[in-house]
Design a binder for this molecule. Structure first.
Ligand code: NZQ
Ligand code: ZN
Length: 389
């Protein structure tokens, strides 16, 4: 483990069926004014909204609402929500939804008391908050992003066709608490469930495929990957299998709550490619990652061959006997590909609405990361998008 790091995760988690009751212990810690933030209405159909509102009322909270937070939340929606949060003098932002709602709440949290434009400050200049941060709490209903226990916030600017994530270093941006009830995810459509599963898997890959040292984080990563593959196969056939869904929920949190990044340089190039696709098509996040992953990993495989071989053997159980390293590594990616197809993931960007005419623009919208096995040139990015069509 050669890298230096600092580790702090202040988010308190309440996990398991009925975990929502713990809101009764959390709410008294904050002031009276709560802004309840949610998406397009799934929580009204499945009863989660009623339960949360009931607990807020029981705790005597004065509640304002920001509703209609869309998947891939936009900066325009942030501006709209800021007015509500400021007017209401928010003491707590309670996000009830998936990664989009949690990310959105964090963007509001760092902007309520800030005079500068949040898009410029946080998503173009990547600055840290210089103002008071409003506490965020989450009730998670969609699993994948890890937003429930990290300081990431991904916001889309439709006008400039940019989707940018900022992982804040200030731990005060992390949710103070998150409620994780696996049964809350039972109403997710299959498409969203598998997109979330691939998001989890790819978060682990992004951190795993970097560095060459003997690193504890990589051993944890392999265990998490095996767990998510195992449980995904069960959940894919039986979406109401509590054991599988709860394991998936827990794995998602650990895949991106900064633990397995410890001591790692980390890659994140699949996310940069996927986010460009998201900015152009508004497609589901996990599907954008699935659609670009194999062309990307096949492209960088020669530069990180020992790690791709290890991935094949330790995650996919490939038998290395009598084979070249290259053959073993390729078999690992082939096993990953067949698992992805089994789940029904998007395997190319065309099915997400991307076209050949968009490729140059997609390349322009792709940020280049430097922590993986190969720093991509623009021509390589273009080639990967063409391969992904
Ligand atoms: O809006 P509603 O009606 O609630 O419907 C949502 C939405 O359409 C629906 N849904 C959520 N829970 C449900 C449900 N439908 C039925 N039953 C339920 N229990 O699912 C749809 C997708 O929700 P969304 O929150 O958009 O999904 P996800 O959790 O995948 O979040 C995606 C966003 O997170 C960002 C992505 O880029 C994207 O903008 N990410 C955030 C990260 C972070 N904070 O660290 C890292 C990730 O890599 C990712 O980039
Ligand atoms: Zn992701």
């Amino acid at each position: 483990m050669l890298g230096n790091f600092s580790y702090c995760n202040p988010t308190r988690l309440y996990f398991g069926e009925g975990a929502i009751e713990n809101l009764n212990a959390e709410l008294p810690k904050y002031g009276k004014n709560v802004v309840l933030i949610y998406g397009g209405g799934s929580i009204k159909k499945n009863g989660i909204y009623d339960k949360v509102v009931e607990i807020l009322a029981k705790n005597g909270k004065n509640v304002a609402e920001i509703s209609g937070v869309m998947p891939n939340p936009t900066i325009e929606k942030v501006y709209e929500g800021l007015e509500i949060a400021r007017k209401h003098k928010a003491d707590l932002l309670l996000a009830v939804g998936g990664g989009s709602v949690c990310d959105y709440a964090k963007a509001i949290a760092v902007s309520v008391h800030c005079d500068e434009d949040p898009w410029d400050k946080y998503f173009l200049r990547f600055e840290e908050p210089t103002c008071e941060i409003v506490p965020v709490g989450c009730v998670l209903t969609m699993v994948g992003t890890g937003s429930e226990m990290n300081a990431g916030s991904v916001i889309t600017n439709r006008a400039s066709k940019l989707k940018i994530g900022h992982v804040f270093t200030d731990a005060a941006v992390m949710p103070r608490f998150s409620v994780l009830d696996p049964t809350y995810t039972f109403t997710l459509p299959h498409y969203q469930m598998v997109a979330g599963i691939y998001d989890i898997f790819n978060h682990i890959c992004e951190q795993y495929f970097s560095g060459e040292d003997d690193n504890t984080s990589d051993y944890i990563a392999e265990g998490l990957m095996r767990s998510v593959v195992h449980s995904s196969r069960i959940a894919n056939k039986d979406m109401r299998n509590y054991e599988a869904r709860s394991n998936i929920m827990w794995t998602a949190t650990w895949a991106l709550n900064t633990l397995i990044a410890c001591g790692k340089s980390t890659d994140w190039m699949v996310h940069m490619l996927g986010q460009a696709v998201g900015a152009y098509t508004d497609a589901t996040h996990g599907m954008t990652l699935a659609a670009v992953s194999l062309p990307y990993y096949r492209h960088i495989l020669p530069y990180g061959l020992p790690k791709f071989k290890r991935f094949a053997v330790n995650v996919w159980g490939v038998d290395a006997a009598g084979k070249t390293d290259e053959q073993v590594a390729q078999e690992g990616l082939a096993a990953m590909e067949s698992w992805m197809k089994e789940l029904g993931l998007a395997m190319n960007i065309s099915e997400l609405g991307a076209t050949e005419e968009m490729v140059e623009g997609l390349a322009d919208a792709t940020l280049t990361m430097k922590g993986g096995y190969k720093v991509l040139g623009r021509d390589e990015i273009v080639a990967i998008f063409r391969e992904s069509l």
